[in-house]
Design a protein around this ligand. Structure first.
Ligand code: 6PG
Length: 252
């Protein structure tokens, strides 16, 4: 099996990390639009990307993006209404989307307010519909922006959960015992259809799991994040120094 060697970039702090991520995000978007006329991106949830989205909303970055050709998807969502404080959609809307005023047909949120299994089926249908309408030969993403949990989860693919075993569906309702609730998530078959994957990881709390992931890179697949191995794509790990504090590396 081909081993995908990720590209790792280190940044001295949050500010330079998010600026580095913005450069990659903007380049991926413009390259995609130049090549195929659109940019399909799945946004990450959680707290880390909030300030990154705020940066993208600033004119110096917003004006470099082909938003009119961009479709926004979500890597995962909590099973809550879209205006709930836990909603990843709400976080992205407040930090970025409200400033863009994109047409609704370019924003594809997961329906956290619906029954999870029905919402997952509907989301896969939406992904396929939009890809077919764009003339895509193969359903996929141009970029998946992902975070990393301290337990090595990414999106809502948590260790030991059923969705990790999904080999066919592109989206799933995933019961997460530690939260005693369902999450909606893109599955590995969907994430591994991405052309580029960016793991955006910041803060001391992730240093141990990042060390474990990179230490185990040879005998890997211990953590869900390691299973994100796009078949014909690139994986970039963008880390601030606090996260990379247990790795040998250099600051940007
Ligand atoms: C979510 C995310 C999740 C997140 C990690 C890291 O819905 O919470 O999609 O995968 O990226 O849990 O979260 P933080 O950025 O808050 O540390």
């Amino acid at each position: 099996m081909k081993i995908l060697i990720p590209e790792v970039a280190y940044y001295k702090d949050h500010t330079s990390l998010f600026r580095g991520a913005a450069e990659k995000f903007v380049k991926a978007a413009n390259d995609s639009v130049e090549m195929q006329g659109y940019f399909f991106v799945a946004l990450a949830g959680g707290n880390t990307p909030r300030d990154f989205y705020r940066l993208l909303a600033k004119p110096e970055w917003r004006e470099r993006m082909p938003w009119e050709k961009t479709h926004i998807f979500f890597g995962d969502e909590r099973c809550v209404p879209p205006d709930h404080s836990d909603s990843n959609y709400r976080m992205a809307r407040e930090a970025l989307l409200d400033d863009l005023a994109l047409p609704d047909e370019q924003i594809h949120r997961m329906a956290g307010e619906q029954e999870p299994h029905a919402a997952a089926v509907a989301y896969e249908r939406e992904i396929r519909r939009v890809c077919v309408e764009a003339g895509m030969k193969r359903v996929g993403l141009d970029l998946a922006l992902l975070g990393l949990g301290t337990d090595g989860h990414t999106a809502s693919l948590f260790p030991g959960t059923a969705a990790l075993q999904e080999k066919i569906k592109l989206a799933a309702a995933n019961y997460v015992e530690k939260f005693n609730s369902y999450r909606l998530t893109m599955t590995l078959p969907m994430l591994n259809r991405a052309f580029d994957v960016i793991f955006l990881v910041a803060g001391e709390s992730k240093a141990d799991v990042v060390y474990e992931i990179f230490k185990a890179h040879n005998r890997r697949f211990q953590y869900p994040a390691e299973l994100v191995q796009p078949k014909s794509g690139n994986v970039y790990w963008l880390l601030d120094d606090a996260t990379a504090s247990k790795l040998q590396g250099r600051s940007m």
